[in-house]
Ligand binder design. Sequence first.
Ligand code: SF4
Ligand code: MSK
Length: 657
Amino acid sequence: MAKELNIQEASICPATIQMLEKAKKDGVQTCYDRANDMSACPIGDKSACCKNCSMGPCRLSPKDPYAKVGVCGATIDTIQARNFARMVVAGAAAHTDHGMAMLDLFKEVVHGKITDYTIKDVDKLKLVCKEVGIATTVEVDGEEQDRDVKEMALELAEELEKTYTQVEGEIPFMKRVPEKTLENWRELGIVPRGAMRELMEMMHRTHMGVDQHYENITKQFQRTALSDGWGGSMVATEISDILYGTPKATRGYVDMGNLDEDYVNVIVHGHEPNLFESMIDAVNDPKLIEKAKAAGAKGINLGGMCCSGAEVLMRHGIPHIGNFLSTEAVIVTGAVDAMAVDVQCIKQALAPLSECYGTKFITTNPRAHIEGAMHIELKEDEPRKCVDQVVELAIERFKNRNKPVEIPPQKQMSIPGFTHEYINYMLGGRFRASYKPLNENIINGRIRGVAGVVGCTNPRVKHDWVHVEVVKELIKNNVLVVQTGCSAISLAKAGLMVPEAAKYAGDGLAEVCETVGMPPVLNVGSCVDNSRILIACTEMVRTGGLGEKLSDLPVAGSAPEWMSEKAISIGQYFVSSGVYTVFGATFPVTDDTKFKDLLFKGLEEQHGGMWDFAKDPYEHAQKMIAHIDKKREALGIQEKKERKLFGMEDRRSLEMK
Ligand code: SF4
Ligand code: MSK
């Protein structure tokens, strides 16, 4: 007999709660019910089992971890290090494959073989070229001139391909890493050579009977994670900006109230921006709008979910309908006429659930089919074939809607789009773009430090609640928060991504926000855009006054409700970059083991970053604040100095960079 789900305790999102009540009445299940019915396996939860060969599977006791070993003799430290490494590999592979697909697309666009997408942001192209050492100008008759865009783009594509395929050397974006941090990685032997090589070697080393020392396994999974953060993910972000434009602060609405019963509602869910960019063209096509009107609709309404949604929310202001734990609830509204998905974080349950509500559920990526879903492949040389068909199916479903529609009213305004480039501009203006005001305000103590709060939502904890409480506690204590992914959507729904939310911040942070006109919680995009946080941290080091290494900065990372292997890879590349990182919900290691000690203590000696865990949001935030204070102390800036706020005058007086 299934346990009764306490819906009011499952989430703090009113729209999701309303839909969970409706699901109950409709007799359908969601991940909340399934998590409620099925307890997590206590051995798997602590990574104390191994099924790497058929002499096992072997289960060790998480309560008495050194009591026994696997059939081959593998200890708890080896087993959990291998399991952790494989999570890093899966997460890093997801980002890397996404990045490589973006690079393939970029090459085809530059060669003119794909014409539906173009290079939209030439400035960004030049900036990335410069960062990896590619010339952007050429001397003609003694005069310096801009280089041909196609020529530059091809050279950049060739250079960035090394991120994936290089077998020896350092990946191109190592040129961005602060010198002292890079020196440290070189000494430790964790500079990534090329993502494919790191992923392959990691899988080899976790095979039965290969690498059986947790410290050596840890070294390789750090290298693998760095090939994601400073490689696969970073390339995905930069190429997306070059092709589709670098986001700037913009107005964008979130939550289920953005669905409209009178319109044909189309949702895009997944991670790669191509599907969404083409869908924007389709829903704005007058012919398709006419068809929708002929079917009795007022028009076509487009919304996003998960990271596909997060990207277009900040790039185009397209509404975001719900984060990972709301994706089923969105279908339960009965208002979704079609949902097109590509890769990552798409619950298999969406297919049968869509069938219950008559929603057309369409997979579009050759790498991700789902049993029960219709598959219409998005071919990048003719993307409109796929997206137009999705819209036609949505119109057909609208015409034949035969289920009651119930749309929760919640609709919240937010200001996303705080990319590194925009922060630079926001703080210093067009001609004096600079991080100097940010560093100054950290040094004078108005801003205590910066926290990256990211990651998924997970039905094992109260949906959105941990994210919101962690962030509120941080800003109350003058910590500026930057966010990505589903976590950003939790805070946007809670109304903290508007300048008026400065009222929740401590006095110092509130004054800076009011002076600059920014929210205390900044949305920087999707999961792969965590690379933007690395770039922002690098810029803080470059600007000066806050140390020489990334680990000197008064910053901390957090994923309060994480669930995916990608989150482990992200957490690891932050830790290996020198950032203290706290996870909530659960942590996949056994307590009182040497491996846990290494992750939670030993790594700090190597490069300044380490893992931590706190389920309680207030403890979680306080741990981050304590770390930030420790770094301030080490920098000698812990004493609050006379405040210095940067107004227009100050900005004008800043030296040109
Ligand atoms: Fe058991 Fe060792 Fe095989 Fe793992 S590799 S299943 S610990 S025998
Ligand atoms: S979508 S990885 S649930 S953040 Fe990127 Fe959200 Fe986590 Fe997926």
